[in-house]
Design a protein around this ligand. Structure first.
Ligand code: AMP
Ligand code: MG
Length: 589
């Protein structure tokens, strides 16, 4: 099940009934309010509750058929929505809250869903611990000790529990109460993760010669030196008349020839002579000045110039030989990606072949018994594989060849076989799924056996779990399973690695600043990537807002976005009007 996420800290309480959840919350809420934390509570009820009384106007109107009833006064408002068909999901309920007026959402109930929870435990209830089963439990409050590495508090020390909740709301978890699963100290920042990866990626040495058009999108292996001067000859930048620069004072000149582009006048130009010349045609020997046709009046063999339209300056309107590029100068440097201007420029040098880096071959596969091929009939509790498709697209976009190894069942044998095959066929291996805390340990066993792998937790959202290492010297990335997390992790970690393997030097994705049009939430210390749309507002300023729902499984948020909004670790939130970093996705995905 995917982690429930909100743009605010979301915290629940897991307990058996009778433990006193509501009583504890009731006692804690005034303390939270006192400490300036703006809290919403979402409570799950199993029974058919009514919040207003029989006979009240709102009750009567609702019973008469208002599917949604909103009643408001100076003091409060209530929104009662009938849900006869299906109960609202927790994400839907979260979306009903005005998150701009909150710092924390506390949840009572929904205990089967994935979001961070504190376990409340009283020995007198006589029930088992919940944290061994529920990986979402981040701390335990009890009247006895638990055998766990999770942070523990006494259930009777309300102030300690409140401290924990306040720290959670403000900056994730307090260091003094941290555990390995949830603290930030064992985590890498996005930049640290990328640096570690790049330090282990080796730049290429191999190269191959290809025809010009085949080089489009590929990376140049060695500096391309100009074999010629560009332009080849000093030539006219205008249609007009070429004269000698030491002969500009004269009233009229004798036109001795007409030179079209692709031809030349083969005699040195003398004093008093002019040559009628077309744009791009080489100027004759001794001539270095061109007067545009609009200024000229030709009568038979004689031409005069209208100086009221502009005085003649020696050297005007000519392009010098080698002015764009001199013989022997690098036209395109090694590591450059060939796009339209490079392709045109190399062609302009007369070259029809060049040396490029070999295309990078990337093997991809998906993991998970719940993952199915599109086109199959959907099975109960299964999802269709989207990750191999987004990865295929992003890899193709950056010029890689994709080796698609399909979906691998959750077993040691198939994973081992697939990874071995991948390392033989490809230069880089990418998998998705199965690297979260609590996922099957066989992945770690197999990776440990086949190579050098580190399991990292990156302090970012989405995309926290990431495995990186080598299998038979081939770089391997174990990406998270959630579809948006896969794309974000690809853009932030895999693409920089591939760019280096392709031979690009210090490649960096473009980033710019924009003004936030809405309040954006993050958490101190964490990098938050929201999917956004940027644009120009009525005042001509570059602004950005997030796309709709931001769950890490919601690919539609990526589809609607034209950028990622990057809220850096130092920024716990961004207010309307503040500046925020924007990573454009145009042309990247
Ligand atoms: P995991 O990291 O394997 O626990 O996966 C996290 C979430 O991503 C789960 O909800 C998975 O069902 C989902 N998921 C994993 N692999 C894929 C895939 N190839 N396509 C779409 N969703 C996936
Ligand atoms: Mg999985």
């Amino acid at each position: 099940m995917s982690q429930i996420s909100a743009s605010l800290p979301l915290l629940g309480f897991a307990a058996w009934s009778g433990t006193g959840k509501t009583t504890l919350l009731e006692a804690m809420l005034p303390k939270l309010v006192e400490r300036g934390v703006r809290v919403a509570v979402i409570k799950h009820a199993h029974h058919n509750f009514d919040i207003d009384k029989e006979g009240k106007d709102s009750y009567r109107l609702r019973k008469a058929g208002a599917g949604q009833m909103l009643i408001s006064s100076r003091y409060r408002r209530a929104f009662v929505t009938e849900t006869p068909d299906e109960e609202a999901s927790l994400p839907e309920l979260i979306n009903q809250l005005d998150q701009t007026k909150l710092d924390l959402i506390l949840v009572e109930g929904f205990k089967k869903l994935d979001f961070p929870k504190i376990e409340l435990h009283r020995s007198e209830i006589g029930k088992p611990w919940l944290h061994p089963e529920d990986k979402n439990i981040i701390a335990v409050a009890s009247d006895i000790g638990a055998e766990t590495d999770l942070p523990q508090m006494s259930i009777n020390e309300l102030d300690k529990i409140t401290d924990f909740v306040v720290s959670f709301a403000k900056e994730g978890l307090p260091a003094s109460l941290s555990c390995d699963d949830v603290n930030t100290s064992g985590m890498l920042s996005v930049a640290e993760g990328r640096d570690k990866i790049l330090s282990q990626i080796v730049a290429p040495t191999a190269s191959q010669h290809v025809k010009l058009k085949q080089a489009l999108g590929q990376i140049v292996a060695a500096d391309i030196l100009s074999p010629v001067n560009v332009p080849q000859h000093t030539n006219s930048a205008m249609d007009g008349y070429a004269i000698r620069g030491d002969d500009i004072e004269r009233n009229s000149y004798t036109v001795v020839a007409q030179v079209m582009a692709g031809h030349h006048y083969d005699k040195p130009l003398q004093q008093g002579e002019a040559v009628r010349i077309m744009t791009g045609a080489p100027v004759p020997e001794n001539a270095d000045t061109v007067i545009m046709r609009e200024q000229a009046q030709q009568n038979g063999d004689s031409v005069t110039f209208d100086l009221s339209m502009g005085a003649i300056r020696q050297g005007q309107n000519v392009r010098q030989a080698g002015e764009d590029l001199a013989l022997g100068q690098p036209a395109v440097t090694a590591g450059t990606q060939i796009t339209a201007p490079e392709l045109g420029m190399i062609a302009s040098l007369g070259l029809d072949k060049l040396s490029i880096r070999p295309q990078i071959k990337v093997a991809i596969f998906s993991t998970g018994d719940e993952v199915q091929h599109p086109g199959e009939t959907q099975k109960q509790n299964c999802i269709y594989d989207s990750n191999r498709y987004t990865l295929h697209a992003m890899l193709s976009k950056i010029g890689c060849e994709v080796v698609d190894l399909g979906i691998i069942e959750d077993s040691e044998a198939s994973l081992e076989a697939t990874l071995t095959a991948a390392s033989e066929q490809a230069d880089l291996i990418l998998s998705s799924g199965g690297v979260s805390v609590g996922d099957a340990d066989y992945i770690k066993t197999v990776l440990d056996k086949l190579g050098q792998i580190n399991f990292w937790r990156i302090n970012m959202r989405p995309g926290r779990p990431l495995a990186f290492g080598q299998i038979q010297d081939k770089p391997f990335f174990g990406l998270p399973g959630n579809p948006v997390a896969v794309m974000v992790a690809f853009l932030q970690f895999v693409e920089p690695a591939i760019r280096k393997m392709q031979g690009m030097v210090n490649w960096e994705a473009p980033v710019f600043n924009a003004i936030a049009e809405e309040k954006l939430r993050s958490r101190l210390g964490r990098t938050e990537y929201s999917r956004g749309t940027y644009g120009i507002d009525a005042n001509g300023r570059l602004t950005v807002k997030s796309t709709g729902k931001q769950g890490s499984g919601i690919l539609r948020s990526m589809s609607e976005a034209n950028c990622l909004i990057e809220i850096v670790p130092e920024q716990p939130s961004v207010d309307v009007g503040e500046t925020v970093r924007v990573i454009p996705l145009v042309n990247r995905i």
